[in-house]
Design a protein around this ligand. Structure first.
Ligand code: XMP
Length: 327
């Protein structure tokens, strides 16, 4: 197998079973060892499917020659960073650097309400934090990346310039190690399962790089971000418990308040918007008809458990015209 090639061989069998996944893993482990020899590899581990599977493969191949850096930008979903540490450091024995950069990100984002500016700040600061950590480590020559085949195809077609850790400063000139580069997403998941990653990680729904930052609309404040994180956890918990097969489901908290009444007193609190979509490629999306009892249960839980929220709404907009994310 040649990870340096960008072309999936025509006769490459689609990985659909644990046996095929194990055969891929054996080959990939060998190829990684050949490329890296006794060198060290650095990897930005977000906890998303691609970087997690890439990390698990590298750990199997080269163990402590891999250094994972998990940057918590403060915009992760509830318990997400904790799970990354638990799975990779505690269970897989990874050499993991955990950086809590919450204050850095939230301080930079304070008062910024323009969505594209927020994205740029989050992306730029991510690179700053990662580059700082990389410079603290000596003698690393390789950068692991969870690039997958659709990323390659999209870059080639000019749809998006794909750089998982794009734009690293020039002094950080690593050779790339991209062991899942020729795989489609379903194959990456199959490989992740065969590597023993938990279902919650392997079947994770897509989550934007800027995280909850693009769902805490307008200028982010810590209290509203906390309300969003709690409401989002409830939405995901209840939809998971109902056993529904929905492509993406999450919560949004806009930067506005509505009047309510709580304990006989006037309340002036945020609304939570529930967003659920089904799609094949995220270019168009439909809104599933959720069971009324489920919507009521989610509503009751959010209003009862999340401080500062007095309303819950369900977004009925298909894409187009509404995009999946609100920002
Ligand atoms: P939209 O909102 O464009 O979203 O309909 C389509 C899909 O892309 C995800 N998304 C992002 N993913 N960085 C990402 O990594 C981003 O800035 C970003 N914005 C949107 C979104 O969650 C949906 O799955």
């Amino acid at each position: 197998m040649d990870f340096r090639s960008n072309k999936r061989p025509d006769d490459m069998v689609r990985i659909t079973t644990p046996e095929l996944a194990n055969a891929f893993i054996d080959e990939a482990v060998e190829a990684i060892r050949e490329q890296v020899a006794d060198g060290q590899v650095l990897l930005a581990l977000s906890g998303g499917v691609d970087s997690s599977v890439c990390a698990a493969l590298l750990i199997k191949a080269i163990g402590s020659q891999l250094v994972c850096v998990h940057v918590n930008h403060g915009l992760m979903r509830k318990n997400e960073s904790e799970q990354v540490v638990k799975v990779f450091r505690d269970e897989l024995g990874a050499n993991l650097v955990y950086v809590d950069a919450t204050d850095r990100f939230l301080d930079l984002l304070a008062g910024v309400d323009e969505p594209e500016t927020k994205r740029k700040i989050i992306g730029g600061e991510f690179i700053n934090v990662f580059a700082e950590e990389a410079r603290k480590l000596q003698g690393i020559e390789f950068l692991g990346q969870g690039t997958i085949y659709p990323d390659i195809l999209e870059s080639e077609r000019g749809v998006k310039a794909h750089h998982n850790v794009g734009g690293l400063p020039e002094d950080l000139n690593f050779e790339l190690v991209e062991p899942v580069k020729l795989l489609f997403k379903d194959e990456v998941r199959e490989v992740g399962r065969a590597l023993g990653l938990p279902d919650g990680m392997v079947d994770r729904q897509p989550f934007p790089g800027p995280g909850l930052g693009v769902r805490c609309l307008g200028a982010i404040t810590r209290d509203r971000l906390e309300a969003l994180r709690e409401a989002d956890a409830i939405v995901r918990e209840e939809i998971d418990a109902a056993g529904l097969n929905i492509w993406q489901y999450f919560a949004i908290v806009p930067d506005m308040r509505a009047t309510g009444v709580r304990d006989d007193k006037r309340a002036f609190e945020w609304p939570v918007i529930i967003r659920c979509v089904n799609t094949v490629d995220a270019m168009t999306a439909e809104v599933p008809e959720l069971d009324w009892a489920l919507l009521k249960k989610i509503t009751d839980r959010i209003m009862g458990e999340v401080a500062g929220v007095c309303r819950v709404c369900y977004d009925l907009s298909p894409k187009p015209i509404g995009t999946i994310e609100w920002e």
